[in-house]
Structure formats: structure tokens, C-alpha cells
Design a protein around this ligand. Structure first.
Ligand code: KIV
Ligand code: NA
Length: 267
């Protein structure tokens, strides 16, 4: 209960909040051991590990499956679960979907957009909610910067304030200019978590597969700390080579019968 209080406190103290996505148990465990503040089981699981063409293909069953895996890997972590496309079109369906994610192990649920009625219904049902503004991948086909014009920036700010007044507990700001994110961060009580939103949010979130360097593509907003995609290909290739030329298994990988066992077996 009240998993978000700690992050309001971090905002107050000016301590940056580090959020990373995770979709499976070993990754969630590694992130928890690394001291991540929040694990986000995002619907980015669809494109990043399920092989879907878009976030829109991700189902509530998919999200439950991955939230549960992350929870098994990180029993004590604060976990946000994404409500996937078309599972929060009204208060009733949103509450049912949120309870499904919470049942699977989420502490906080996240949805995209500025639907205050849905937020109020979830909050009244005792559910902690992280909102998500700026680039909303489920609705925006163009994965580009948002909120650059004065008019768009003013609307984002107004939406953020309305959601804040309705009780959001956290706000992801995706792909907006640093100045807009800074103004929203100043205007709302809830901690803001940026991705491609500059340095002046209360925290940052990145996608673990981007950070690890899985895909061929990189993004300006990302910091690619490793080249795990290349490592996986090299590792698989080394194994295949060893099997094909008889180098695996080796003596250290196998077990022999004792001479007595062998005699009995061959008798
Ligand atoms: O699904 C996701 O990974 C997200 C983050 C990019 C905020 O929503
Ligand atoms: Na998402």
C-alpha cells in the first residue's frame, strides 16, 4: 500500500529517481540488485521481446504474464505495470484491467493520455496510477518529439495539472523538449519521470533492451551501455561452431561409468 510515497519524498529532496523497464525474472532481479528505484513492465515488451510490430498488439494477458515474471524475480521492488492498448477506455474496464495487473504483481498501473475520469475512477478504487504524456506510443504512429509548439506545450502542461489534481502518483513524460518537461515538473506535485525529456524531470526511465544494446538501431534519447545483441550472436555462433566441429561437449562436461558399472553393463 502507498508505494508512491517514497517518490514524492525523493522529489521533495531533489533526489533523481532511476527507473528501468524489465520484462522477465532474471532482468528484474539484476535491476533490483543494482538498486533501481522502480521497475516498469512496459508494453514496450511487445516490440522488444515478443516480436510484435507494435505496442498495439500487446494484450492484458501478455502484460500479466510479464508482470508476474518480473515480480518473481524482484519480490520487493516497486513495479509499475502498463495498461495495454484498449484496456482502459472507460472507468469500469480500466478498474478491471488494473486489478488484473495488480493481481499479477504490479504495485502501480500506468496508462497513456489525459483521461481524468479514468484516473479518478482508478484512484477512488484505491489504485495508484502513473500517467504518461508527450509521445503516447499506443496512439501516436509517428514516434517523434511532441510538445514543441507553444500551443502543444501549453496543452501538455494543462493536462499534467488536471491529472495531478485528480491524484496521479507519478508522470512519465516521453519525447518532449527539456523546457516543457521542466515546467511540468515544477507545476505538478507528482514526481515526473522523463524519457527523451531532458535533465530537469524528477527521474529518468530507459528501456532495458535499448540500454543493453539489443537492437541494431539506437536512439538519441538512449544511452547504450553495452552491446548485448552482438554478444548474444557471438555466443550462439561460438556454441554452434563447437557442436559442428566436435568441440562440445568436452571431458569436463560429462560423466563416466566406474569400471565396475561398465563391466556389469557390458556383461
Ligand atoms: O512501455 C514502456 O517501456 C514505456 C516507457 C518508454 C515509459 O512506457
Ligand atoms: Na509503455
Amino acid at each position: 500500500m502507498n508505494k508512491s510515497a517514497r517518490f514524492f519524498e525523493m522529489k521533495r529532496r531533489g533526489e533523481p529517481i532511476a527507473v528501468l523497464t524489465a520484462y522477465d525474472a532474471p532482468t528484474a532481479r539484476a535491476e533490483a540488485e543494482a538498486g533501481v528505484d522502480v521497475i516498469l513492465v512496459g508494453d514496450s515488451v511487445g516490440a522488444n521481446v515478443l516480436g510484435y510490430a507494435s505496442e498495439r498488439e500487446v494484450t492484458l494477458a501478455d502484460m500479466r504474464h510479464h508482470v508476474a515474471a518480473a515480480r518473481r524475480g524482484a519480490p520487493d521492488a516497486v513495479i509499475i505495470g502498463d495498461l495495454p492498448f484498449e484496456t482502459y477506455g472507460g472507468p469500469e474496464i480500466a478498474i478491471a484491467s488494473a486489478r488484473a495487473l495488480i493481481g499479477a504483481g504490479a504495485d502501480i498501473v500506468k496508462f497513456e493520455g489525459a483521461d481524468v475520469a479514468v484516473l479518478k475512477a482508478l484512484t477512488d478504487a484505491g489504485i495508484e496510477v502513473c500517467c504518461h504524456l508527450g509521445l503516447e506510443p499506443q496512439t501516436h504512429a509517428d514516434k517523434r518529439l511532441k510538445g514543441r509548439s507553444a500551443q502543444d506545450a501549453a496543452r501538455l502542461l494543462a493536462d499534467a495539472i488536471r491529472l495531478d489534481e485528480a491524484g496521479m502518483k507519478m508522470l512519465v513524460l516521453e519525447m518532449i523538449p527539456e523546457e516543457v518537461a521542466a515546467e511540468i515538473t515544477r507545476a505538478v506535485r507528482a514526481p515526473t519521470i522523463g524519457i527523451g525529456a531532458g535533465r530537469r524531470t524528477d527521474g529518468q526511465v530507459l528501456v532495458i533492451t535499448d540500454v543493453l544494446g539489443f537492437g541494431a538501431r539506437n536512439f538519441r534519447h538512449n544511452r547504450r551501455y553495452q552491446e548485448v545483441g552482438r554478444l548474444m550472436r557471438e555466443t550462439a555462433a561460438a556454441y554452434v561452431r563447437d557442436v559442428h566441429d566436435g568441440g562440445f561437449p568436452a571431458e569436463e562436461n560429462l560423466v563416466h561409468m566406474t569400471p565396475e558399472e561398465l563391466d556389469l553393463f557390458m556383461a
